[in-house]
Design a protein around this ligand. Structure first.
Ligand code: ATP
Ligand code: MG
Ligand code: FE
Length: 339
């Protein structure tokens, strides 16, 4: 079964073709970062318009890359939420219209389920049950994953998501948008511990997080006086250290508390090399296996949506109807059901 995946929940247009017997055949992403950069964040109206512009060329590209034609597509999976309403509507409208024209099913997919299952696309996939650490631009959650659709929320950020904290802190340090990757590059030149930042909720005894205080602490340091380039690098390194320390400690605690031995990391912050280093070291000591998505599949893409849709279709799920209008800008992951 050949499944076309379509992602348009925010500022990336992603299309991919996943074949249930041959694996991922093609995927292509167009990022709108350059377009939103001058505004310092995503402008929803511009995002929607750009998705419209990109969808058809990207579809042609993945079909050519896979050596397939439109008539080879057996099903279409698209991101139905959570995300920006207008951006989601572009993807869902396109997916439902194409599915209608090709007389194939169109399946709405949860964006975070896509992120969470993306490590299953790797050569050495994790086995259920596992703990998932979802660290993206909009979410920071620890989930117990018993199978596709069987998700239990164990803890989450009470304020900013980890990626959001990276982006806002990067902005305070004068780095561009989205600042997460840039901040991690700057952090390499600095030394953590030279300036001290808090480790929020490290000893809270639960699996929740809080990152907005860290950002405020950076703001205070930046406002106090003019920082030298090396002091800025030290601050970036200490910020990254603080975030990763809390994430690693709580993720490993979740695995232990649930009596499991596997951790899956998903979402854009999962691309952070320092986080991977610390997780790998901690997990090795605790005899826990950690799985990551391929680096290029950490941030938004169509491959994770195609894969997620394919899995659900294989497990017997059929589209419920509701069509293009059934997008859900807010959609708690734990509400999903097994197919
Ligand atoms: P959500 O998936 O919650 O809807 P999103 O789709 O915007 O949010 P992703 O695409 O998963 O989020 O990830 C983007 C986020 O990942 C941004 O906040 C970005 O700064 C962060 N990010 C990407 N690479 C890195 C990195 N190397 N270090 C830290 N953060 C990173
Ligand atoms: Mg994005
Ligand atoms: Fe995402």
């Amino acid at each position: 079964m050949l499944v076309l995946g379509i992602e348009s929940s925010c500022d990336e247009t992603g299309l991919a073709l996943y074949d249930t017997s041959r694996g991922l055949l093609a995927h292509a992403v167009h990022s709108q970062i350059a377009m939103h950069e001058e505004y310092g964040g995503v402008v929803p109206e511009l995002a929607s318009r750009d998705h419209i512009r990109r969808l058809i060329p990207l579809l042609e590209r993945v079909l050519a890359e896979a050596g397939a034609g439109r008539s080879d597509i057996d099903a279409i999976a698209y991101t139905a939420g959570p995300g920006l309403a207008g951006a989601l509507l572009v993807g869902s409208g396109f997916a439902e219209a194409l599915a209608f024209a090709l007389t194939v099913p169109a399946l709405p997919v949860h964006h975070l389920e896509g992120h969470m299952l993306s490590p299953l696309l790797s050569a050495d996939p994790p086995r259920f049950p596992f703990i998932a650490l979802l660290v993206s631009g909009g979410h920071t959650q620890l989930m117990r994953v018993a199978g596709v659709g069987a998700y239990e929320l164990l803890g989450e950020s009470l304020d900013d998501a980890a990626g959001e904290a990276f982006d806002k802190t990067a902005k305070l340090l004068g780095l561009g948008y989205p600042g997460g990757p840039a901040l991690s590059v700057l952090a390499r030149e600095g030394t953590p511990g030279r300036c001290k930042l808090p480790r929020p909720m490290l000893h809270s005894g639960d699996l929740d997080f809080s990152f907005s205080g860290l950002k405020t602490a950076v703001l205070t340091a930046v406002r106090a006086r003019e920082l030298s380039p090396s002091e800025r690098a030290d601050l970036a390194a200490e910020f990254q250290e603080a975030v990763t320390e809390v994430l690693v400690t709580k993720a490993l605690a979740a695995v232990r508390q649930q009596g499991l031995d596997t951790l899956v990391v998903a979402g854009g912050v999962g691309a952070n090399q320092r986080l991977r280093q610390r997780l790998d070291a901690g997990a090795q000591k605790a005899r826990i296996r950690v799985h990551y998505p391929e680096l290029e599949l950490c941030t938004d893409n169509g491959a994770m949506i195609a894969f997620c849709g394919a899995r659900r279709l294989q497990l017997g799920q059929r589209p419920e109807g509701g069509g293009a209008f059934a997008v859900r800008p807010r959609w708690p992951l734990a509400e999903l059901a097994c197919p």
